[in-house]
Design a protein around this ligand. Structure first.
Ligand SMILES: [Zn+2]
Length: 333
């Protein structure tokens, strides 16, 4: 560092609260650690800046590397070359939000780390939000981040099966018991990658389907299984014939399907317990978004840090690298 050319030294001299690389890779392991790290707006903004520009500021307009932080607009940098202004929240779910960054960070953290997720009501209480509506909107936005575009398809041996989930209507507070007339059934297809010869589940997918016809099931297979994958099923007539998918039917009575397809059945069981526990039953209107949440949580059960970043809409473009850069407001003066 001491032998760096002058221009480089200048930039580092003006560096504003340099962000340790560890900040981008170490994920807070406790609420206390999280509060210490992201308790203030500036810390959150700095985290966003480091995620956006791991190699130092780069203007999206001209590619210039020099910028000043504006004092009139929150967390916005103005390129010294072309004058273009870039907010650290651009491209994230926080963009144009009036809520503090700390609230978003907390919400994403709670959503990512609670093994069962968190409802809008729980979020409102935990963050002492003034209204249920803003809690609900935060949850809705976070949940929308859960469906990653371009996610890779399931590969190898994949268990595939269908299940029925009882839904509840608006006035029907709980499933089971009375009120059957208010209830209906929602049909769901699930797929689970089988890892290491059956030692454990890999990634999963869940989709609402209108029926169990070949058309519906083939569409599910095409959207979720990679070409060359093998679909292991209970032999239902709706599965064979899907393009590019090898079919491995195990014709059994329905009673024994949990033995032939243990992982997808375990996923269905967990899904139903989760739906009751967190949401007191699922509503038809939002079924797919709940399924997406369950899938997101399951597939990132070992990478909470990645889950937190995905939820906030922080692009995971590069591996974190030393943080060089942002020229502080003082540099402009
Ligand atoms: Zn520029």
């Amino acid at each position: 560092m001491l032998s760096s050319p002058g221009w480089f030294r200048d930039r580092t001299n003006h560096e504003h609260n340099p962000l340790p690389v560890a900040l981008m890779t170490d994920f807070p392991r406790s609420l206390l650690e999280f509060q210490q790290r992201f308790g203030e707006e500036a810390a959150c903004a700095q985290y966003l800046a480091a995620a956006r520009w791991p190699d130092g500021f780069a203007c999206p307009g001209c590619g210039g590397n020099k910028a000043w932080q504006l004092q009139t607009k929150a967390w916005t940098y103005e390129c010294a070359g072309c004058g273009r202004q870039t907010s650290v929240t651009a491209g994230t779910i926080m963009h144009h939000s009036k809520l503090p960054l700390t609230i978003w960070f907390w919400a994403a953290y709670l959503m990512a780390t609670h093994s069962n997720g968190i409802s809008a009501l729980q979020l409102q209480r935990q963050l002492a939000l003034g209204s249920y509506k803003s809690a609900w909107l935060i949850c809705a936005k976070l949940r929308r981040s859960m469906l990653a575009p371009g996610r890779s398809l399931l590969a190898g041996l994949v268990e595939v099966d269908e299940t029925e989930i009882i839904c509840r209507s608006k006035n029907d507070p709980l499933t089971g018991g009375g009120g059957r007339s208010h209830q209906g059934k929602m049909l769901v297809v699930g797929a689970v990658e089988v890892q290491d010869g059956g030692a454990g589940p890999g990634r999963i997918r869940l989709s609402q389907v209108p029926d169990y016809s070949a058309t519906s099931l083939h569409a599910f297979l095409a959207a979720n299984l990679a070409p060359g994958a093998t679909a292991k099923t209970d032999g239902w007539s709706g599965y064979p014939g899907a393009t590019g998918v090898t079919h491995d039917p195990h014709v059994v009575g329905k009673m024994a399907a949990h033995i032939v397809l243990p992982w997808v059945h375990r996923i269905f069981a967990n899904l139903k317990v989760w739906a009751l526990g967190v949401y007191h039953g699922l509503r038809r209107k939002h079924l797919q978004s709940y399924l997406d949440e369950f899938v997101f949580r399951f597939n990132r059960r070992r990478t909470r840090h990645a889950a937190f970043r995905s939820l906030l809409g922080i692009a995971v473009a590069h591996p974190p690298r030393p943080y060089k850069m942002l020229i502080s407001p003082e540099a402009k003066a």
